[in-house]
Design a protein around this ligand. Structure first.
Ligand code: PMP
Length: 307
C-alpha cells in the first residue's frame, strides 16, 4: 500500500508541509518505542466529512499516555480542533487519522521521564486495510506461533508504538505463510486479537468475542459492533475462547478502525461453516458501513462533523 501524499501534517500545534514533517534520528521514540497513538477514520456523510468516535479515540490516547506517564501538552478539545482543521486543510472527505504522542529529541538513555513529549497528527487516504476482496469474500487467517504479551509484560490496553513489534512478528509469519492476517493467543492459550483487530465468532446465532482480561485492546469498532448487534436482537457474549472454538465457528470476523468489519473465511486452513462472508457478518458489516456514513440517525451521536 503506497502512501499517497497530502498537503499538510499537524506537528506540535502547526500545520507543516508533508515533506517537512520529519524528526531527528535521535528521537527517543525511534530507539525505545516510547510513543502512544490512535487510528481513527473520517467518512464522507451527507452532512459532509465526519470523524467516527473521535473523542473516544482521543480519550484512549490520553489513557495510554497516563499508563506510560507521558504528559500530553494539549487537551482532548485542542486535538479535536486540530484533527478537523487538518482534514479541512487537506481537502479530504474520507481519510485515516493518526494522532501520535512520542518522546522526542533532547535526551538519550532509557529513562522516559527525561525526554520531551511531541505530538503530531497525520491524515491520509486509506482504503480497505486487508483489501476489497477480504471485505467481500473473507480473509484467510493463521493462529500465530507468537503469543500476545501478558499484561504484566506490556499492558495490552494501551496503544503504545513499541508493543506493535509483537504484532509485527505475527504479521510477518502470517504473510510469509500466504495468509492475510494473524490471530494471537495469550500466554495461557486464549484468543486475544488479530495483529491490529479484535476478533468475533458466531455460533448458532450467538456472537462471542474475547473479554478485556484476555489481553485485548478494547476496540471502538468492537464496541460499535457489540452495540449494533445487541440493538438488532443478537446475543453477544464476552468470553474466553480457545483456538478450536475458532475452527468450529459458523462465522468469524475482525473489527478495527483500519480493518472495519472484515469477514474471516478460513482459520489455519480450516474453512468455516459460512465458507466466505456469513449472513450475520454481512448484516453487521452492512449496518456498520451505514452507521459510519451517517445513514442511521440512531447512531449519529458517534459522528463528529468536520465542518
Ligand atoms: N486490537 C489491536 C491490537 C489493535 O491494534 C486495534 C486497532 N487499534 C484493535 C484491536 C481495534 O481497535 P479499534 O476498533 O479501536 O480501532
Amino acid at each position: 500500500m503506497a502512501l499517497e501524499k497530502v498537503d499538510k501534517v499537524w506537528m506540535d500545534g502547526e500545520l507543516v508541509d508533508w515533506d517537512r514533517a520529519t524528526v531527528h534520528v535521535l528521537t527517543h521514540a525511534l530507539h525505545y518505542g516510547t510513543g502512544v497513538f490512535e487510528g481513527i477514520r473520517c467518512y464522507d456523510t451527507k452532512r459532509g466529512p465526519a470523524v467516527f468516535r473521535l473523542r473516544d479515540h482521543l480519550g484512549r490516547l490520553f489513557r495510554s499516555a497516563q499508563i506510560y506517564m507521558m504528559e500530553i501538552p494539549y487537551s482532548i478539545d485542542e486535538l479535536v480542533v486540530a484533527s478537523k482543521a487538518l482534514i479541512r486543510a487537506n481537502g479530504l472527505r474520507e481519510c485515516y487519522v493518526r494522532p501520535l504522542a512520542y518522546l522526542g529529541f533532547g535526551h538519550m538513555g532509557l529513562n522516559p521521564l527525561l525526554a520531551p513529549v511531541n505530538v503530531s497528527i497525520a491524515v491520509w487516504k486509506w482504503g480497505a486495510y486487508l483489501g476489497e476482496d477480504c471485505l467481500e469474500n473473507g480473509s484467510r487467517v493463521q493462529i500465530s506461533s507468537w503469543k500476545r504479551h501478558d499484561p504484566n509484560i506490556i499492558p495490552a490496553n494501551a496503544k503504545a508504538t513499541g508493543q506493535y513489534v509483537n504484532s509485527g512478528l505475527a504479521k510477518i509469519e502470517a504473510v510469509k505463510g500466504g495468509y492475510d492476517e494473524a490471530i494471537m493467543l495469550n500466554p495461557h492459550g486464549y484468543v486475544t486479537d488479530g495483529s491490529g483487530e479484535n476478533v468475533f465468532i458466531v455460533k448458532d446465532g450467538v456472537l462471542f468475542t474475547p473479554p478485556t482480561h484476555a489481553g485485548i485492546l478494547e476496540g471502538f469498532t468492537r464496541d460499535t459492533v457489540i452495540t449494533i448487534a445487541r440493538d438488532r436482537g443478537y446475543e453477544v457474549r464476552e468470553t474466553d475462547l480457545v483456538r478450536s472454538d475458532l475452527y468450529t465457528a459458523d462465522e468469524a470476523f475482525f473489527t478495527g478502525t483500519a480493518a472495519e468489519v472484515t469477514p474471516i473465511r478460513e482459520i489455519d486452513d480450516r474453512r468455516l461453516g459460512s465458507n466466505g462472508r456469513g449472513p450475520i457478518t454481512k448484516e453487521l458489516q452492512q449496518t456498520f458501513f451505514a452507521v459510519v456514513r451517517g445513514e442511521i440517525p440512531e447512531y449519529e451521536r458517534w459522528l463528529d462533523l468536520v465542518e
